[in-house]
Design a protein around this ligand. Structure first.
Ligand code: PEP
Ligand code: MG
Length: 875
């Protein structure tokens, strides 16, 4: 098989074989653009090199030599020719661009003879020696692996001897001296002279590029961007052109549109009389590309036309590299340009208006996850930050405020109009009032599905969680990161999009939802098949969800309503009740409150389905902690001045002890609560139907869905369905109205998924609770895994992705698929959705589309992401 392709033998769609750079150089060559001739050694050769134990396939260099003949002919120069030498660049180029991660060698082919030839041919000895000096330096660094600074030292010493500050000020003689010194250094380090034979240089350089595929930074980069380590890199060997032969030369980079705003104007910079590395080195300040128009008008016109042509050709914004040699333009690279969310949306929209791409192509051009950036207040990118630590980017947006360590204090200060950040080791449902009052949440423990993270995302509130570097001392009201101590009241900021924790306040910008953004989402709605719902616990959340385009509520977690300060005392009475009468008494106070909650949400969502889940968490979450009570009772015992209170606290302590579970997530929670205390669920069911009946009376259309959490068996469903139907009948009779309702179940335990066919005999809908289903399928605690061992699993590549963020298709997904099939076998057309955190994650949404779910449900702020992801899944 073929190891080496000349540029004109390749195509843009051969990226896997030729790498991104090689494929695009081929494409540009074939559409007739001025690309210096060259060849690409395939990624297959790189893989073969590693398979053979770091050896070239036998015929590789023979093929390279043959292709060189063609390049020599095109360039009108000969490799190693002392009169008119061909010089080449040797560059890596993998399938996915890994900017700066691998190595490049320029000016290869120079030696004592060819450097004189180059000096004569260009009539510019200074240029020739400078090229040779650069070549020795790069080759020694990349191929021979002699530390760079040893060469920089020689260069600096020569500048000092000559009394000059810049490289460009060195004379040809000085450069000659540097070359001699460089060569002495190589002789000394390698115990052999610097290679003179151009073919040997080329062989060594190609091998070095293959080696660089596995250098440390390349490996780290691939891990970070989830790029496979097996792809290998291609090697591009290309005839050199020089941007540093005089003032009619130059080099630069440009985007076809502004990558930050998306504005449709050429955006970039260039340097006259320079080689690529000078632009990067930052010694001379490059000029904005528009200036080229004045300096070299003809070249500018040609470049502008080329940029336009490439954009049309690739139907995407391009990122270009070019060199000008003696007033002639050469294109060295083109690729789809990276861009901000704002630019992505504008470019996609504009290109449709320009008739360049279809709406479907525009939809595919925007990364759903990026939309997040547009919905939250953001840190002004221009400002310098004092970053203290980094946690998990749990809920995007940025917030500043003074540090507060408990929820009551946060609420007190928040109500007084202060901006606070709630800092906790982790949050629990009883911190909810503090979370509401705070600008943002910062926790030292817990992962992306921890309470703080879920709640914050639900509210669209910035949150950084699992910031393990932060050591909180509640007693002293401080936290420490290394040697830095932050006191209560100190001003800090968090960036929920990156996980950064920042000292002091930051400047924030408000989001603006542009017409481009809104239009693109509407296009998406026209093609998507999945319904998009939101997880919402309050009328405000529901309103937000509608604003963002949700078509219903997929999950209302009723426990959050139990946490309000006006309710908690009754909830606790309900829990502490020893008799049914006492419990009924407490519940009678909660009923109207719950009814009010549901009324508000159902009213906000008129005409759309609202799925309300009955109580789910273990009851101890509504009581004070054991530690807290032990401290209080001990104090009361010592002071002895409040026996009544002591008795009350001791009672509470006893109850908390009796409710204590070693494994509460697998304990007395979910519908098990409804089995042991049916009256609690009955109260909630009645509240849902009372609210519905009232709204129907007022002329509103309601579509309530009553949902049972954590079921494992059809008998549970039967138990509840019977009660739901009785209460519905009672309420309808009482109010003299009728309305449609359905009852269904969460699928969040493997047994439920396995027995879905049976559950569907009673359940009229399913909703996958993939937070719990992931937790129970993998046996990974959703609250602990991320901080403890999951990172190691990811680093060791035992798991490819965090299963709490990206749905584990292989395991959890298999159960889901089976449940969908089982459920619909029993009940064709069964309504099935997902309401775990995965419902707003693009790859998981794609999977939900693939297994034919009816809807995904996610926090209101993720609704636009889910809409776009659902559209992309359908294209
Ligand atoms: C789930 O388990 O995925 C779910 C939605 O329920 P919760 O997160 O409230 O346990
Ligand atoms: Mg759950």
């Amino acid at each position: 098989s073929k190891n080496v392709y000349l540029f004109h033998e390749g195509r843009a769609d051969m990226k896997a074989l030729l790498g991104g750079k090689g494929a695009n150089l081929a494409e540009m060559t074939n559409i007739g653009l001025p690309v210096p001739p060259g060849m690409t050694i395939t990624t297959e050769v790189c893989k073969e090199y590693y398979r053979l134990g770091r050896k070239f396939p036998a015929n590789l260099m023979q093929e390279v030599k043959e292709k060189l003949l063609y390049i020599e002919e095109k360039a009108g120069k000969k490799f190693g020719d002392p009169e008119n030498p061909l010089l080449v660049s040797v560059r890596s180029g993998a399938m996915f661009s890994m900017p700066g991660m691998m190595d490049t060698i320029l000016n290869l082919g120079l030696n004592e003879q060819t450097v004189s030839g180059l000096a004569k041919a260009t009539d510019n000895p200074r240029f020739a020696y400078d090229a040779y000096r650069r070549f020795i330096q790069m080759f020694s660094d990349v191929v021979l692996e002699i530390p760079k600074h040893e060469f920089e030292y020689i260069l600096a010493r020569q500048k000092e001897e000559q009394g000059v500050s810049y490289d460009q000020q060195l004379s040809a003689e000085s450069l000659r001296q540097i070359i001699n010194d460089y060569k002495d250094l190589v002789q000394e380090k390698e115990d052999r002279p610097f290679p003179e034979d151009p073919m040997e240089q080329l062989t060594m350089a190609i091998e070095a590029v293959f080696r660089s595929w596995n250098n440390d930074r390349a490996i780290i980069y691939r891990n970070l961007h989830k790029i496979s380590h097996d792809l290998g890199t291609a090697v591009n060997v290309q005839s050199m052109v020089f941007g540093n032969m005089g003032n009619d030369c130059g080099t630069g980079v440009a985007f076809t549109r502004n990558p930050s705003t998306g504005e449709n104007i050429l955006y970039g910079e260039y340097l006259t009389n320079a080689q690529g590395e000078d632009v990067v080195a930052g010694i001379r300040t490059p000029q904005p590309i528009a200036k080229l128009q004045g300096e070299m008008p003809a070249v500018f016109e040609q470049f502008k036309k080329t940029a336009y042509l490439l954009e049309r050709h690739y139907r995407n914004m391009q990122d270009l590299e070019f060199t000008i040699e003696r007033s002639k333009l050469y294109m060295l690279q083109t690729r789809n340009g990276k861009r901000t969310a704002q630019a992505a949306v504008k470019v996609a929209y504009d290109m449709v208006q320009e008739g360049l791409i279809s709406k479907e192509e525009a939809l595919m051009m925007v990364e759903p996850g990026q939309l997040d950036q547009l919905l939250h207040r953001q840190i002004d990118a221009k400002v310098e930050l004092n970053v203290l630590a980094k946690g998990l980017p749990a809920s995007p947006g940025a917030a500043s405020g003074s540090v507060v360590f408990d929820a009551d204090e946060a609420e007190r200060l928040g109500k007084a109009g202060q901006k606070v950040l709630l800092v906790r080791t982790e949050t629990t449902p009883d911190d909810i009032h503090g979370i509401i009052a705070a600008q943002g949440i910062l926790t030292s423990r817990g992962g992306m599905t921890s309470h703080a993270a879920v709640v914050a995302r639900g509210m669209g509130k910035p949150c950084v969680c699992g910031c393990e570097a932060m050591k909180i001392d509640y007693d002293r009201k401080i936290f420490a990161v290394g040697n830095t101590i932050v006191n209560e009241g100190d001003l800090i900021s968090i960036d929920g999009a990156t996980g950064r924790v920042i000292l002091g306040s930051v400047t924030l910008k408000d989001p603006e939802l542009s017409k481009e953004y809104l239009t693109i989402l509407e296009w998406g709605d026209q093609v998507k098949r999945l319904g998009i719902r939101a997880n919402a616990d309050t009328p405000e959340d529901a309103r937000k969800a509608r604003e963002f385009g949700a078509e219903g509520i997929g999950l209302t977690r009723t426990e959050h309503m139990f946490m309000g300060q006006d309710r908690l005392p009754y909830v606790q009475k309900m829990i502490l009740a020893e008799t049914l009468e006492d419990r009924q008494e407490a519940l009678s106070h909660l009923l109207p409150m719950q009814e009010g909650d549901f009324y508000g949400i159902l009213k906000e969502m008129q005409g759309y389905p609202v799925c309300i889940r009955l109580l789910d968490p273990p009851l101890h979450e509504f009581l004070p902690s054991l530690e807290e009570l032990l401290v209080e009772t001990t104090e009361l015992k010592i002071t002895r001045n409040d026996p009544a209170r002591l008795e009350e606290k001791e009672m509470l302590l006893k109850k908390v002890r009796s409710l204590h579970e070693f494994n509460p997530m697998l304990g007395h929670r979910g519908c098990r609560l409804g089995i042991t205390f049916p009256e609690v669920y009955e109260m909630q069911i009645r509240a849902i139907f009372n609210a519905s009946a009232r709204l129907v009376k007022e002329g509103c259309k309601v579509l309530p869905e009553v949902e049972i959490p954590l079921t494992i068996d059809i008998s549970e469903m039967k138990f509840f369905k019977e009660r739901i139907d009785i209460i519905a009948k009672e309420v309808m009779a009482e109010y003299g109205v009728s309305f449609h309702y359905v009852s269904g179940t969460m699928i969040e335990l493997p047994r439920a998924a396995l027995l879905a066919d049976e559950l569907a005999e009673v359940a009229e809908f399913f909703s996958f609770g993939t937070n719990d289903l992931t937790q129970t399928t993998l046996g990974f605690s959703r609250d602990d895994a991320e901080g403890k061992f999951l990172t190691h699993y990811l680093e060791a590549k035992i798991l490819k992705e965090n299963p709490f963020i990206t749905l584990d298709r292989k395991g959890v997904g298999k159960l889901m698929k089976q449940a969908v099939e089982g459920g619909r076998k029993t009940r064709p057309g069964l309504l099935i959705g997902i309401c775990g955190e995965h419902g707003g994650e693009p790859s998981s949404v794609e999977f939900c589309h693939m297994i034919s779910l009816d809807f995904v449900s996610c926090s209101p702020y993720r609704v636009p992401i889910a809409r776009l992801a659902a559209a992309q899944a359908a294209i």
